[in-house]
Design a protein around this ligand. Sequence first.
Ligand code: FAD
Length: 403
Amino acid sequence: MDLRSEFPYWSIRNGLLHAYPSLQQSVRTDVAVIGAGITGALISYRLMEAGLSVVVTDRRHVGMGSTSASTALLQYEIDTHLTQLAEWYGLPAAREAYSLCLEAIDRVHDLCREVGVGQDFRYAPSLYYATFRKDLPDLYREYQARRAAGIGVEWIDEALFRRLYPFSAPGAILSEKAAEVDPYRLAHALLERVAAAGNGVHNQTEIVRVTEKRGGVELETGDGHRITAGYLVVAAGYESERWLGKQPGRLHSSYALVSEPTGRQELWKDNCLMWETARPYLYFRTTTDGRVIAGGRDDTFQSPGKRDRRVFAKSRQLEADVRKRFPELPFRTDFCWAGTFAETEDGLPFIGRHPGHPRTWFSMGFGGNGITFSSVAADSIAQEIAGVKKTVPAIFSFHRKRK
Ligand SMILES: Cc1cc2nc3c(=O)[nH]c(=O)nc-3n(C[C@H](O)[C@H](O)[C@H](O)COP(=O)(O)OP(=O)(O)OC[C@H]3O[C@@H](n4cnc5c(N)ncnc54)[C@H](O)[C@@H]3O)c2cc1C
């Protein structure tokens, strides 16, 4: 699958940070990980911390899949409201989903500092505004549900919104905790540590066959080498379908742009992350060097050719979206790109073992919170494989059932 158009921002900004050799011999390890994007990197790092040996393989280079195309807003706010999840799965499970995502933001912060990319992580509040007046009652109910769950939120009414922000909206939830990150640099920094500890990290190594056996798994690479492991973690992003036998989400196309540096430190109040109640939604964030990132304008098809032909037209629409909301901001597009994007019916990821694959864990963080979900997955999968405890939350598992 062609996961993204050319010139996604993070790989242009950072270049090829580190190249790893392809796997040219057969090896044994405790855990094999398919995929060296942000998910595979987080999981491998946590497995290493748990004292397990790891071999990570990627058919591309580290971070060159969806990770390089991500706009990387880190939010606890799942695309599906807490109120809706509570109706489907019960209030305790819905609150657990939200609070795990909230904790994940701090976990990623701590990791960024630990592996030396703290300067690319920035905490920022998140503003979730009503696109239409008709969305207001639901949004207010959502605000109340989050407050009752102990989440740090404030209600911004129409008059206050107008005073604080450069455009108007009928109301909004302002959340204290959200963040921005450079996911490509983080993936590289994590895997550099994984490799430095003597584990295998291999670019340009496609896994073409997986066989589950009693007591382990055997992976075969495109070059005919074998990886024999106790367990397998599939962190292959939107290409995980091959190992599951079905695609558990719908594939769409999404578009993004980044502006030239605006020369400003504060582009709007607190440089908060912004998104809206419309579906598909528009969203905005800033970067540490004063740029705007805008994204959205999603299409429901997945065809990479059709998607990439639309990048410039979509970029003009996104530019108009930015100018309409931030008319005072000096704004010129620097780069624009497109990526495949997947979402599940309920907006939740699939994390854990599938009944048909007892020695294989999946981390499929589909939805707008892909990176937050990957962090939750990394913590829980590593603990389960290390035998510490069963921690994959039921609401993120393949077994979850609506009421
Ligand atoms: C435009 C856009 C904007 C986004 N914005 C956000 C956002 O603001 N916040 C957020 O949290 N998420 C966002 N996402 C989603 C987020 O980018 C993804 O959830 C995340 O990048 C997934 O990381 P990953 O490591 O699972 O996948 P990937 O980065 O795609 O990594 C998977 C890797 O697996 C490898 N692979 C696949 N099959 C094989 C095989 N057979 N053998 C070997 N290797 C294989 C691939 O080459 C790939 O490198 C966005 C996505 C897009 C496209």
